[in-house]
Ligand binder design. Structure first.
Ligand code: PLP
Length: 428
């Protein structure tokens, strides 16, 4: 059976009957990786500009990650959160320093970090209500105000604060008490916000929603409104955090400080690990037993996360992300000037997008890039998304830009021929 499952076709057939059909996988079987390249079963190398959807920040087979896994796995992999190990506090020390927040809770994924943020916000609102009852202060509600086009994950709290109907409706009824504000619409934000809300929830740069940055004015307005009622500002940095935009956290580009933020994807170099970071004040709402996880923040994941962060710091990787990201964006912008089918180029650092004028074109570009052994993905129908490893070099960008240029040029030439033929036929 084991041998039979080796070939891609056999794996596909087996999965088709054995797995829940949650994914539309690309017909590729990767067996290894090195740096920014993945290797398939035939030994062919693929330039990876997606890094496992923003996870493999240090690329593949990075010695710092391999070393941390080897050393820690020999010592201890799991003990549960009933006992101490040195990793959580060591990692929290780094994350609190990087974020300007005070405390951390560790879990296993992005969506769990978001669930923790929502639960802590509700608990904090309860604490405020108890305090304000005593002092006669204004009461705060339990509702969440999220942003249209948001994506926060697939568990019930997360999916309830995720905007697109396709993610929520099949599972209705989702969590009550969630409202959505139009993207970057300050008027709508001011009109909808009230003391009924315990938190405003936002991605400073929306990821799945199409790499869309919130404006500085919108973020500031959200911060000011929450301050006016003691509600919390919660940022989801699961995709944008930990250096992807050239700063540790995307909110640091805006000069605002949230009360809670969430991270996951690149945190432990590909091992599952998420974290919710919050202020000291907010942390006062949580007592032992109120929240927890069996696996979250285990010794192995923490050791690898510490190694990832230390490697990023010692190699000044943030600077590199900012520099290479600027070059990438500049090359995409030049491509936009040449190809009118690219309608927008957006993003920061190595969280970038080129939006094209139709879903069909986006699909074609993606498929043809894959034929040329370059991996990106498509989000929000028309958006070509680039989330490469942070170790990306300008020559990799040149390869990708040349490929996209050639693909679009050929598509335009074919379309031009087509319309010439139509004119010629019409003229007959
Ligand atoms: N929040 C954001 C902004 C994300 O991009 C994602 C995943 O893509 C999530 C939450 C959910 O993370 P996970 O898939 O690890 O649960």
């Amino acid at each position: 059976m084991k041998d039979q499952l080796k070939a891609l076709e056999q794996i596909k057939a087996a999965e088709a009957t054995l797995l829940l059909p949650t994914y539309e996988r690309n017909p590729l079987l990767f067996v290894g990786g090195d740096g920014v390249y993945l290797t398939d079963e035939y030994g062919d190398k693929y330039l990876d500009l997606l890094s496992g959807i923003g996870v493999n920040a240090l690329g593949y087979a990075h010695p710092a990650i391999e070393r941390a896994i080897a050393e820690q796995s020999k010592r201890l992999i799991h003990t549960s959160n009933l006992f101490f190990h040195p990793g959580q506090a060591e990692l929290a020390l780094r994350l609190t320093e990087m974020s300007g927040l005070d405390r951390a809770f560790f879990c296993n994924s992005g969506t769990e970090a978001w669930e923790a943020a929502m639960k802590v916000a509700r608990a904090y609102a309860g604490l405020l209500r108890a305090k304000n009852k005593e002092t006669g202060g204004k009461q705060i509600g339990t509702k969440f105000l999220a942003i249209e086009n948001s994506f926060h994950g697939r568990t019930f709290g997360s999916v309830s604060t995720t905007h697109k109907a396709k993610y929520r409706e099949p599972f209705a009824p989702t969590l009550p008490g969630v409202e959505f504000v139009r993207f970057n619409d300050i008027e709508d934000l001011r009109a909808k916000f009230s003391s009924d809300f315990c938190a405003i929830l936002l991605e400073p740069i929306q990821g799945e929603g199409g790499i869309r940055p919130l404006s500085a004015e919108f973020l500031q307005a959200a911060r000011d409104l929450t301050h006016s009622t003691e509600a919390l500002l919660i940022t989801d940095e699961i995709q944008s955090g930990l250096g992807r935009t050239g700063k540790w956290f995307a909110y640091q580009h805006y000069g605002i400080q949230p009360d809670i933020t969430t991270i996951a994807k690149p945190l432990a170099g590909g091992l599952p690990l998420g974290a919710m970071l919050c202020t000291e004040a907010v942390s006062q709402a949580i007592h032992p037993g109120m929240h927890g996880t069996t696996f979250g923040g285990g010794p192995l994941a923490c050791a690898v996360a510490i190694a990832v962060i230390d490697e990023m710091k010692s190699t000044n990787l943030l600077e590199q992300v900012a520099k290479v990201g600027n070059y990438f964006k500049q090359r995409l912008t030049s491509l936009q000037a040449k190809h009118p089918s690219i309608v927008d180029v957006r993003g920061k650092g190595l969280m970038l997008a080129a939006q094209v004028d139709s879903p069909e074109l986006a699909k074609t570009v993606l498929a043809q890039l894959l034929e040329r052994k370059i991996i990106i993905n498509r989000t929000d129908e028309t958006v070509l998304r680039f989330l490469p490893p942070f170790i990306l070099q300008p020559e990799h960008i040149d390869t990708a830009i040349q490929a996209i240029d050639e693909i679009l040029t050929a598509i335009e030439a074919a379309a031009g021929q087509h319309s010439q033929q139509a004119v010629a036929q019409g003229g007959r």
